[in-house]
Design a protein around this ligand. Sequence first.
Ligand code: SF4
Length: 366
Amino acid sequence: MKINPNYNSPEALLELYNKPLLELVFEAATVHRQFHDPREVQMSSLLSIKTGGCPEDCGYCPQAARYHTDVEAHKLMSVDTVIEQAKNAKANGSSRLCMGAAWREVRDNKDFDSVVEMVQAVNDLDMEVCCTLGMLNEHQAQRLKNAGLFAYNHNLDSSREFYGDVISTREYEDRLNTIDNARKAGISVCSGGIIGMGEAIEDRVGLLWSYMQMETPPESIPINALVAVEGTPLEDQKPIEQWEMIRMVATTRIAFPESVVRLSAGRTKMSMEAQGMCFMAGAGSIFAGDKLLTTPNPDFNEDKEMFNILGLIPKEAFAGSEKPVSMPDPLIEERKKRELEREDELKNARQEALKNGFEPRKITVS
Ligand code: SF4
C-alpha cells in the first residue's frame, strides 16, 4: 500500500493532520508497525561535496550566493576525501550517504564525472548512495543509476501554492520533472519538505498531496524543520513547536505507509522525548553527524546514546531492496583513454626528439 486510500484528498489529509495529537500518533504507530520494524532506524550521513555559491534563491538556504551568510564557498571535494568521509560515516553506524552539491543543475563536465566516480566508490563500500545535485536530465540520471546510485533527492519543499513565496528561480514543475527523470532511470526517489517557513497547515498537507498525485510516491520522504540562518530571507522565522514536527511525521507516515519517513533538519532544537515521539509516529531515519550540509546537527555520540535509551537499532543498508550494481561509465572510460593516449603521445614525442639529438635548452637564472 504505497498511499493510504483512506486519506486520498487534501481535505482528508487536513483532517488527519488536525486529529487529537495522541490519537494521530497512535494511528501512525499502528501503520508503522504493519509495514516496518519499529525498532529499526536508519542512520544516514549528509555530506556537502560542493558548498555555497549557488545561483538559486531558495529563501531558507545559506548556500545561495546572493545571501550574506557565514557559509564559505568551496569547490568540489576530491573523490578520495569523499571515500574517507564515507568510511568514517560507516564506522560510526551510517548505512546511507547523501552527497549534496550546491548546484542549480547538473552540467555534463569533469565535476559531474567526479560525482559519478564518487557514487561508484561509495556504493563499493556497501552503503546506500543518495545524491542531491539540483535539476538533472534523463541522461544524467541514467549515468548516476549505472554508477550505482541508490536514491536521488530533490525536495518539493512545500505545497505548489506556497512554493513561490520561498523560491523564484525555478518552478515547482521543474522539480517534478527532475523527480520524473530520476524515476525513469530506475533510481528510487527521496523527496520531502520543510516546515516552519511561514506556511499554513494547508501547505504542509499540500506537500503531501503533491506526492499523493504521483504515479509512484517517493520511497523516502524527509521532513525538515526550518533552521533559520542569519542572512537568509527566512532568518526571522520563529522555530516551530516540537509537536508540529511530530504531527507532520505522523501524517506523512499514515499517508505513505511504505515510504521511509526521515526526521531530518532541525533535530538540535528537539528534545530526546520529542524525537522519541517522532520514532513512535513512524520516523525511520535520522541524519547523523555534526553537520547537515552547513547547518548544525547532533553528533554521532549523542545519537548513539539516544538509540541506547530508546532501544533503537541502526537499520542495515539495502534492507528489503537490492544493492545497485556499479558499472563502468563509458564517458569516463573514454576520457581516461584519451588522457592516456595524450600522455603516450607526449612521451613518444620527447623520446623521438632526444633520439634526433635534441637537447633541452638550459636556462640559467642569475
Ligand atoms: S537549496 Fe539547493 S538549489 Fe536552493 S539555494 Fe540552496 S543549494 Fe541552491
